[in-house]
Ligand binder design. Sequence first.
Ligand code: FAD
Ligand code: AMP
Length: 480
Amino acid sequence: MSDKYDVIVIGAGPAGYVAAIRAAQLGLKTACIEKWTNAEGQGVNGGTCLNVGCIPSKALLDSSHKYHETKTDLAPHGIKVADVGIDVKAMIDRKGNIVKQLTDGIAGLFKINGVTSLFGTGKILVGRQVEYTDHDGNKQVLTTENVIIATGSQPINIPVAQVNGNTIIDSTGALELTEIPKRLGVIGAGVIGLELGSVWNRLGSQVVLLEAMDDFLAILDQKIAKDAKKIFAKQGLDIRLSCRVTGSEVEGDEVVVTYQNSDGKDEQETFDKLIVCVGRSPFTEGLLAPDCGVNLDERGFIFVNDQCATNAPGVWAVGDVVRGPMLAHKGSEEGVMVAERIAGQKTQMNYDIIPNVIYTHPEIAAVGKTEEQLKQAGESYNVGVFPFIASGRALAANETDGMVKMIADADTDRILGCHIIGPSAADLVQQIAIAMEFGATAEDIGMTVFSHPTLSEAVHEAALAVNGHAIHIPNRKKRT
Ligand code: FAD
Ligand code: AMP
């Protein structure tokens, strides 16, 4: 190990490992320090996303969806099934194997690209130096031209429901359950709470989600959020809004949760497991020597500018540890931007076009502005909506819940946002993210030839509907 680097990345989640690979591709001498260890005590790359986030949650969402679909949704296709069962341990093991395959894959990518992989903890010292402590406690000071902080985030703990790893768990614990809880409570009906609640609901748990806010999924376009709430209720998710959890008591194998309901009255509910999903906070514990010059903002995130530079020369920060949505792909793009800037390029990522997805069934996906945001900003816009019930492909698949909503500027017709709840929403919305990057108008999408029959046609029709030209639904507004 040489002591002098061009770039040292601290943290090998999707922000850090991508930054490290891109820096090495650009000919920069790069090391990546990662402190994560697996159950066997071995160092692993991949961070939250690969170990306890995006990937394992999607593995369980896919397994539980297949089980639920086989059990309850195949009859309309004329398929008869009997004795459908679930082996929870096999499901969890499969998830573990996927995690291993992908985290091992990063080790391979580091090797191929010439990134020096260091397992242990990194700490930023003054004057472009990093203290590296390996898992045996050996310390070494490394010198570098640039440091990229990519230390991610951790689940927020609330005093009213302290995680004990048994009855009260966080998102990580919810990915490791080996039995299906009969009664499952979830605090927080946000993205992670809904995904994890869906997994166990499909497997047979009675799931109650307690959410303090009055609006359901306030970050979403509210037309989509309202549809989602109805669909989830049909699926058996008991979502209680305006319900703030105020206490919890573990009694044997159960946990009794007290919450204030929408009328301000105290209520209680007893669960076998309680998942706390009230958000995540930036992780900077033990990272910064007091005199290293890196500032935090008032919420504890590393303070950065639009190019992810901190206020300390040569120190950058990317991913969940800085402002912006806590999404893997947002961090990865920041990682690429910073690596390229270090190499002298002028890369600037576009923060206005970051798609986001909730992997429930159906999926929910969005890019750009919501109607509520545009209204608040006083913008004038046109809206086109197309429901999946009118899509031949969706009918053929028996996946007719949901809609595509497209919003375009009233004067220029440029697409401002696209909001989808429905089958394959995550992949459909990406088409519009690309279109928006190229400054496309709703008319551009309308004039594009779409294959028939595809789910994408719903996106096409929503774009046509923006200007009153939809073919397969009545147009609300007649435009020429
Ligand atoms: P992290 O992935 O948190 O990685 C940071 C790494 O830094 C960790 O490995 C940590 O060990 C290491 N580290 C910290 N401090 C030090 C130190 N001092 N020295 C060395 N190493 C250090 N996002 C999506 O986009 N799509 C999804 O579907 C999605 N699903 C999710 C599901 C769940 C259940 C959860 C919890 C999150 C999900 N997310 C999803 C969010 C996503 O996981 C995060 O946005 C993403 O992992 C952030 O990447 P990061 O690289 O910034 O940080
Ligand atoms: P997200 O930010 O998407 O992870 O969602 C977390 C959700 O948890 C937010 O919608 C919060 O309103 C909600 N939340 C936070 N604290 C509480 C609480 N004490 N009781 C119920 N919901 C909460």
